[in-house]
Each structure stands twice: as C-alpha cells, then as structure tokens.
Design a protein around this ligand. Structure first.
Ligand code: NCC
Length: 276
C-alpha cells in the first residue's frame, strides 16, 4: 500500500522530519522568563550516543507478554503518557529513559502529573497538536492544550530533571509523509504519541525495537496494559491516523513477521545507519 520502497521511505523520514526540542532561540521562548525554564543542555547532549533502543507502546497486548527482560536489555527505553512500570515489570520492564507525553495529560491531569512519582524518572518530553504547518508564534498563542503553566510548575518543583518541549513542526512533516504514502485521504490530525516517539528514537539511536505498536498474537480490544478499559479505537485509531502509521512502520520493518507475531516487535534502523 505504501508507494515508496522501504529504503526511500527511511531517507524521506531522515531528511524531511526535523526532530528538535524547543530552544531559547525559538521566537516566543526567547524571553528572560523562559530562559529559566527551558533546559540548558540539548536532548542529544543529555542522552549521549544510544545503541539499541526500545519503544514500548501502551497497548493491552503487552499484558502477559513477559517482554520485560528483553525490553530492559536495551540501552534506552521510551514510554508514553501515564504508562506505569510498577507492578508490570514482567511484561514491560522497569527502565524508563524517556517519557513522551501529550499536552492533554500535562494539562487536564495536572495534579496527578505534578504529584505522581511515575513522572520523576527519566527525561520528560511534552508535545502539543499544532495547526497544520503553523509557525511557532501562531501555535504559542493558541496551543491545543495550554500546558505552559503546568510545564513551568513542574520545572520549578523538579529543576534537575530534564524536561523538553517537542518542536511542533515535526508532527506535520511526518504527517505529510504518512499522507503521501497512503492511497486514501488521512484525517488532518497529528500522528499519535507512539509514532512521534518512534521517529524521535530513530534520531537518537542506532537501532529501534518497537513493542506492540504492531499487535502480536495477543492483540486485544483492551486499550492499555495497565487498565481494564476496552476500546477497539485504541489500536486502530480515531483521532490519530494510527492505522496509516502502523502500515508505514510495517513497511519499514527490518525484523521478521515471526517477531511481530510472537513479540509484537518491529526493528527499525536509526537514521545514523540509513544511507541515502
Ligand atoms: O493511549 P496512549 O495514546 O497514551 O498510548 C500511547 C501510544 O501507544 C500506542 N497504542 C496504544 C494503545 C493501543 N491499544 N495500541 C497502540 O498502538 C499508540 O501509538 C499511542 O500513541 C497519545 O497518542 O498520546 C494517546 O494518549 C491518550 C491519552 O491522552 C493519554 O493516555 C493520557 O491519559 C489518548 N486517549 C484519550 O484521549 C482518551 C489516545 O487517543 C492517544
């Protein structure tokens, strides 16, 4: 269904999706107030050179997977939103190097976000849905969720923990590639945290193993491995173009179909290893 070869697709992602964190030089963030809040070090300086990385989706199919040890064997592990590790180590591991969160969580669930120890581990990154190819200024005036105050409150409480804001430009650069490689029209909503996280890790790591983004034989309507809630849309997508994301990731998989079936595991090369 994708139009480009896997090799060309990887090159497009590498060359057209500019994964950066908001910096002091980004327009409205240049004020003296923001200087105190944005981390001084860049993300790549903070994480260093990463070899093998794991991206752990929050899917219900992780339940009873016993993938914990395998996930923890990676140099770095990315998790999403409020996905817990305590009580679920056997299935999802215990290492958290980066946690990517949407702005809704940080804003609507601010009290839990500021209180729960879950968030105190690893590097935090928050992203917010921006208007299609909007300039930073336009987005800053009218974010989807106004998470800026909550971000500042967290930074005041935990000034030592690295906490970045994802530059919103990347979501539409990635969406364009999703659309170009799909035969159907895709809803104009940004990619899921899962897809953003996969591309983020491809910029930081030599190799990225993604778990239960493409569902294994354990596929289920249970939304998350940590909740009892059932909803088919969690796996197939509603707001996010999740199905198109999954097709694209399947197309680029360098692992085996057997690994998808048994481990829900896809292996992607880091952009450093991609030669165009
Ligand atoms: O559910 P969510 O996603 O936090 O999951 C993180 C990523 O894992 C992948 N996933 C999840 C469940 C599933 N059955 N299959 C999957 O493949 C997806 O790639 C997903 O992105 C989000 O993307 O940020 C999302 O966030 C939640 C919610 O806001 C947070 O969990 C915070 O509470 C959204 N749910 C709702 O708004 C009700 C979800 O749509 C997208």
């Amino acid at each position: 269904n994708a139009k480009l070869s896997p090799e060309k697709l990887l090159c497009q992602l590498r060359d057209r999706v500019n994964v950066t964190m908001i910096q002091r030089s980004d327009g409205p963030f240049g004020t003296s107030e923001w200087q105190q809040y944005l981390p001084g070090k860049s993300l790549s300086e903070t994480v260093g050179h990463l070899g093998r990385c794991a991206v752990v989706s929050s899917a219900g199919s992780l339940k009873s997977s016993h993938l914990g040890q395998e996930i923890d064997s990676h140099d770095a592990v990315l998790r999403f939103n409020g996905a817990p590790v305590r009580g679920f180590q056997d299935d999802v591991g215990q290492k958290t190097t980066i946690r990517l969160m949407n702005s809704q969580l940080v804003t609507v669930e601010e009290q839990q976000f500021l209180r729960e120890p879950l968030y105190n581990t690893g590097i935090l990154i928050v992203w917010d849905p921006a208007p299609y190819h909007a300039e930073i200024h336009e987005w800053y005036r009218k974010p989807d969720y106004n998470f800026f105050e909550s971000y500042k409150a967290y930074r005041r409480t935990y000034p030592e923990q690295p906490f970045y804001i994802l530059n919103p430009k990347m979501q539409w650069q990635l969406w364009d590639i999703l659309q170009e490689n799909s035969l159907e029209h895709i809803q104009p909503n940004p990619p899921s945290s899962g897809m953003l996280g996969i591309v983020l890790m491809m910029t930081l790591c030599d190799q990225v193993d993604v778990y239960e983004f493409l569902p294994s034989k354990r596929q289920t309507d249970i939304c998350h491995y940590y909740q009892k809630f059932h909803d088919h849309a969690c796996t197939m997508g509603a707001y996010h173009p999740l199905l198109f994301e999954k097709n694209l990731v399947k197309h680029m998989n360098q692992g085996t179909d057997e690994d998808i079936y048994t481990h829900g595991k896809v292996t992607l090369p880091g952009f450093r290893k991609v030669h165009c």
